[in-house]
Each structure stands twice: as structure tokens, then as C-alpha cells.
Ligand binder design. Structure first.
Ligand SMILES: *Cc1c(COP(=O)(O)O)cnc(C)c1O
Length: 655
């Protein structure tokens, strides 16, 4: 092997993209540990220290680490970006952002955001009745807004109108004319002056995965004809004074700033028209869509955004001001409903690698004199012979022989040893080809590039993709994934990640890359007895606490981290939330712990009576079962490590 240049932590930062998607919140220190900078400054916390501290509280991976200070920083950064733009553009209006609860409903998250936003009159948005229940109870500051979106029934509207009655700035946004009808008639009933908004169905099409939120087939919003009709209905009901907001939402994670600009321009035209028709208006709500640059490429690729949060704020302020100037209409106060951009970066999912599945591990060395079958001899020749063919041709020849061997085995013409030899030779050929390719520069055919993927190891990780990375599974959303330690060592293993669910979809085999995406992740070889943790970053939006109960693993453990100068490590863990116990997930699918125990006990009693098991062993089994109901659902990796460390008593029987 050729001598390689020395590996440094800055190379690790480049390889995993810390300085792109991670800036300014994540970096690698000189000893190769991943650090978080929750307040985006020099104060840093080693993620590994948090994992260790959590372990002393009985909290193990898989777990979510929430950096509460990072959440605050996001809220402040968004508010500052708008404040700065408003000042720079001499914009004659205010910014009144709201946080859409659906993006992360966890109480601690909503509380922190409310607290951080208090000085900025930062409010809340609800998209359903249960979210409205949260929003009304949590809404603190009297000058901040509460915006009601989503489909509404009478109870939803009754709740909102009652809240208005106690003096709150709650704006009910009508998605449909039928809702507006309900709002009008129920306001009369309850004798309250409502604050009403209209959601417009823009012609500007979104882009990216959620593009269908606008355009003619969108399921939300009013068309231009319906907006005219809504105006007429409000006039007729003597509620002109109530119409105060025009709303649109173009879909989440908009990768291209041009789309957002076009939408803002179109919506401002609607706003101005309504104002000219004699409605007081006052607020323009530009919805969500502000994206996160998950792959750090700063492009209009789905996993990225070609703009920054600051650019977004400037573009909203500038475009609204310009259109209002042209139309000679007073500038509105600006509302945004950014969710993803506020919460995505604050949480990290930590999973521990529990094992490795490798095609290279059990390869046989095949000597020529041991070969009994022609197909094996052919493969041996491809590997060891002096052939002058190109890489691609060698690959195709080997592939053909491997398929032949598989089929001979199925038909009984090749024995197990022969098949194992054929497979071993095939993988050795692939290995060699991959090495050749990595040495050659320039264009390579796709089949050969695919070899690295074919040869990559599988790292088994203690978590469930369906619970903790739902968006990756359902929507192909990419997240940055990196080791948490050992970044001062060169990663020498190309791996994909598989989870512990028994579903072949339970894997991560697409990773962020500067260009396009990568089919494997460079990782470190596992060391016996040492933990190897991976961090999955920017996971705080949407799927964070949604999860699907696939295989009944349920929610993972959580720790909530606060910065604190007085602590040795610079932080402390305030809250821990225990992940689900077996009992919890079973109750979620209608089993009572008592009922299950009874059922098992009956079977054990029967077996005891029949002398299949000693009474004492039967009782022990029952105790084990009961004890397990109180235990966590994920793998207990400590057990495996302890067993390894303990001296072996009896030799294990061969299986
Ligand atoms: C989902 C949603 C949002 C949040 O969008 P992000 O892209 O996460 O900022 C805002 N407004 C409405 C109406 C939504 O449905």
C-alpha cells in the first residue's frame, strides 16, 4: 500500500461536512470529539461527555439529546434577522413570528421557544384542535399572536372565539368558505369581534418534497374567486373590521429562494387588493417553508437550501415593501410560521453500533488443488490468472460465474464447500477491482462505482428507523450522520447502517454528500469492548417525536442539556425523559400487563403440573417476564459487553 498522508481532525470536519451543515453549532476538537456550540459561540460541549453524564443517570442510547440553548439561539436568530432587515430597509412595520406547534409538540420544546421569544413577541400557531389546546394554555405574552390554521369544526372555532373574548390576539384563518360561514355565525352567537385571516391558494408552485401545498390542486386555501366571495360575506355580516390577515404556506423545506420570493410577491398583491377594497388588514403571514441545509451544499437540491435564514428575512421584507410601495398601500406587519428552521438543529439522535456484518470477514482462501468444480476454477483463474481485460469486463465475467455457481448449487450440482469457494473468490475479485478503481482518476462506469456500495459493511445500530428517523424512511430525507468520537483517526470502513427492527427497510443507505448523495458512510473499525456511538444530526423537526411503533420499540430516552459555566464540562442535564418500557408499548396496542402475565402463568402452571419444569424454575421464569415488562424496549448492549468481559464458565456448545 502506498503511504498515506497524515489524517487530521480538519479532514474529518471536511469529510463529514461539519463546517457546512454544522456551522455554527457543531465542530470537531483536536482530540477527535464532536462538540456542540449551543449558543453558536466558543462555549462548547463534547457530545461524548453528555452521553457519559446521561449514563450516570441511567439513560442509555438510543437517546435524543436536546440542546435547549440551541433552541433559544434559533428563535433569537430568526427574530434578529427580521429586526435587522426591517431596520436596514426602513420598513414601516413590525415582525410578529409564530412557532407552528406541529413541527415539535414536546412541552419542553414549546416552553423553551416561548421563553426565548418573549422579548420579541413571538407567538404560536396551531394546525389542529389538540394543538390549539396546547397553544391556548401555553400562550403567554399578550402582544404575541396565536394563529389558527388547519381544518376546523365548530368546537375548534368556539374555543378560539372564547379565547378572543378574554382579550387575546387570536386570529382564525379560514381555509375554506364553509369555515368562514361558521366563524361569522358563531361570532354573532358568542357576541365577540373575531380576528379573521384568509388563506390564499397561490399560483406560485412550491418546489421540493412538499410542492403540493400550493397550486391548483392544493388541499388548503381559497382561490381568487373564493377570496372575492369571502370579502362579500364579511361585508354582508358587518365584519369588515375583522379581516386582518392574509396567509399563505407554500410547503416545507423550500430549497430555492426564487420560489419563496415569487410567492411573497404574489401574496402581497392579494394583500394590497384586499386593503384597497376597504378591509383594515394589518398582517401578512408568509407561512413556513424556510429550509435547513441538511447536506451543506447550499444548493437547490431537495436536502439543501440555496439561501440563508438572513437572506430569507431580507427577501421577505424587501419584496413586501416594494410591492406595497408600487400599490400605494401601507406596509403590513410581517408574520412567519417557520418551524423546521427553528427546531431541526437542536436535537441529535445518538445510537450505538452493536455489531458489524461484513462480506470480507468469512472469506475462504481457495487453493488451486482444492478445487473440484469447473466454475470455481474459472473464478480462481479470473482472480489469479494474468488477464489483460479491463475492470468492467473482469467484473462482468465474475458476475456471470457467480450466478452460474448459485444456480448449480440450487440444482444440486455444486456442494456447500464449492459454493463457499465460489462466493469467496467472487468477493475477492470485487475487492481487487474496487482497489483498482479507487486508484484511477476520472470517469468510471456506474456499475464499477456501485462496487463500493456492494462491498460496504453493515453496521448494526441499536435504534429503529421507523421510530426515530421516520422522515428518512418515508420521504428519503437525508440527515448528516457522523461518529461522535475517534475523528482524529482515519475512517477505513465503508458502511451502511441497519437498525434492529426485523424489516429490511430498517436501514440507512443514503448519506449526504456535497454532490448528490453517497451510498455508504466512512466509519471506524469497531474495537472489542469499546462503545462506538453515531450521532444523527438536525433531527429536531417533524419526525422528532412522531415515530411509528414498528416492532413496538417506542420512544427513545431523552436528555435536555443546558449550558452552565460553573460545571466542569460546561453543561448540566436538567430533564431526562425515560424511553418507553415494554409495558408502555404493549398497552398502546391494548394489552394489559396483568392480562399478559395471567396468560403466561396459566401456561407455566400447566407445564409444572405436567412435570416439564420444576416449580422453582417456573416461578423464576414468571419473575423474569414480569421484570421485563418494566424494562426498555431497545437492546441492552451492556449485557453483551459484560458477558464478553466475564471469564467463560462452560464452553459454548456448537450450534
Ligand atoms: C407545516 C406548516 C408550517 C411549518 O412549516 P416549516 O416549513 O416547518 O417552517 C407553517 N404553516 C403551516 C400552515 C403549516 O402547515
Amino acid at each position: 500500500m502506498s503511504p498515506k498522508s497524515r489524517w487530521t481532525t480538519s479532514e474529518a470536519e471536511r469529510l463529514y461536512g461539519f463546517n457546512r451543515w454544522g456551522s455554527p453549532y457543531f465542530s470537531v476538537d483536536k482530540e477527535g470529539y464532536v462538540c456542540a456550540h449551543p449558543a453558536a459561540d466558543d462555549i462548547s460541549v463534547r457530545i461524548d461527555d453528555v452521553i457519559k453524564e446521561a449514563a450516570t443517570k441511567g439513560i442509555k442510547a438510543p437517546m435524543v439529546i436536546r440542546f435547549q440553548d440551541l433552541l433559544r439561539h434559533r428563535v433569537e436568530r430568526l427574530n434578529k434577522a427580521f429586526a435587522d432587515s426591517i431596520r436596514d430597509e426602513d420598513y414601516p412595520g413590525h415582525y410578529r413570528g409564530v412557532f407552528p406547534i406541529k413541527v415539535n409538540q414536546l412541552r419542553e420544546v414549546v416552553e423553551e421557544i416561548q421563553d426565548a421569544g418573549e422579548n420579541h413577541c413571538y407567538g404560536l400557531e396551531a394546525g389542529s384542535k389538540p394543538e390549539l389546546m396546547i397553544a391556548m394554555a401555553m400562550h403567554q405574552h399578550s402582544e404575541s399572536l396565536l394563529i389558527c390554521n388547519g381544518y376546523k369544526d365548530e368546537d375548534y372555532i368556539r374555543l378560539a372565539l372564547n379565547y378572543r373574548k378574554i382579550g387575546k390576539d387570536i386570529i382564525i384563518v379560514a381555509e375554506q368558505l364553509s369555515e368562514l360561514e361558521m366563524i361569522i355565525s358563531m361570532s354573532k352567537e358568542l357576541d365577540v369581534e373575531p380576528l379573521i385571516g384568509l388563506r390564499s391558494k397561490l399560483g406560485t408552485r412550491g418546489e421540493g418534497k412538499w410542492a403540493m401545498s400550493t397550486g391548483d390542486n392544493a388541499k388548503f386555501g381559497l382561490t381568487s374567486m373564493e377570496i372575492l366571495e369571502a370579502a362579500r360575506m364579511l361585508e354582508k355580516a358587518n365584519l369588515t373590521e375583522s379581516l386582518c390577515l392574509l396567509h399563505f404556506h407554500i410547503g416545507s423545506q423550500v430549497p430555492n429562494i426564487i420560489t419563496l420570493k415569487n410567492a411573497v410577491v404574489e401574496a402581497t398583491r392579494y394583500y394590497c387588493q384586499l386593503q384597497k377594497m376597504g378591509f383594515p388588514m394589518g398582517f401578512l403571514d408568509v407561512g413556513g417553508g424556510l429550509g435547513i441545509d441538511y447536506d451543506g451544499s447550499r444548493s437547490n437540491y431537495e436536502s439543501s437550501t440555496n439561501y440563508t435564514l438572513e437572506e430569507y428575512a431580507r427577501d421577505v421584507v424587501y419584496n413586501v415593501k416594494q410591492i406595497c410601495g408600487l400599490m400605494d398601500v401601507p406596509c403590513p406587519n410581517l408574520v412567519t410560521e417557520s418551524g423546521r428552521a427553528i427546531v431541526a438543529p437542536h436535537s441529535i439522535l445518538i445510537t450505538e453500533v452493536t455489531g458489524r456484518i461484513s462480506k470480507r470477514d468469512s472469506l475462504l482462501t481457495v487453493r488451486k488443488d482444492e478445487i473440484k468444480h469447473q466454475v470455481v476454477a474459472d473464478l480462481h483463474e479470473i482472480l489469479n490468472g494474468r488477464n489483460r481485460y479491463g475492470n468492467l469486463e473482469i467484473y462482468h465475467d465474475a458476475q456471470q460465474k457467480k450466478e452460474e455457481a448459485d444456480s448449480l448449487f440450487s440444482h444440486g450440482y455444486l456442494d456447500l464447500l464449492g459454493r463457499a469457494q465460489a462466493e469467496s473468490l467472487f468477493w475477492q475479485i470485487c475487492n481487487r477491482l474496487e482497489k483498482n478503481i479507487s486508484k484511477t482518476k476520472g470517469y468510471q462506469p456506474e456499475e464499477l462505482i456501485g462496487l463500493s456500495e456492494l462491498l460496504s459493511d453493515q453496521y448494526v445500530c441499536n435504534f429503529s428507523v421507523f421510530q426515530s428517523l421516520l422522515d428518512h424512511w418515508a420521504l428519503d430525507q437525508l440527515f448528516p450522520i457522523t461518529p461522535i468520537t475517534r475523528l482524529n483517526e482515519r475512517p477505513t470502513v465503508n458502511a451502511i447502517l441497519v437498525d434492529i427492527t426485523c424489516d429490511s427497510d430498517g436501514k440507512v443507505s443514503k448519506f449526504i454528500d456535497l454532490e448528490d448523495e453517497k451510498q455508504y458512510l466512512p466509519l471506524h473499525p469497531l474495537k472489542k469492548g469499546d462503545s462506538y456511538f453515531l450521532g444523527i444530526f438536525l433531527v429536531g423537526a417533524y419526525q422528532d417525536i412522531m415515530g411509528d411503533n414498528h416492532n413496538l420499540f417506542g420512544r427513545v430516552n431523552e436528555v435536555h442539556v443546558f449550558l452552565d459555566e460553573d460545571e466542569d464540562d460546561g453543561f448540566y442535564i436538567e430533564d431526562t425523559i425515560q424511553g418507553f418500557r415494554m409495558k408502555d408499548v404493549l398497552e398502546g396496542v391494548q394489552y394489559s400487563a396483568g392480562g399478559l402475565c395471567q396468560n403466561l402463568k396459566k401456561q407455566i402452571d400447566k407445564a409444572t403440573k405436567a412435570d416439564l419444569v420444576k416449580p422453582r424454575d417456573g416461578v423464576r421464569f414468571m419473575e423474569l417476564y414480569e421484570e421485563q415488562l418494566q424494562k426498555k424496549t431497545y437492546l441492552d448492549i451492556e449485557q453483551k459487553k459484560k458477558r464478553r468481559a466475564a471469564p467463560r464458565k462452560a464452553k459454548a456448545k456448537p450450534q
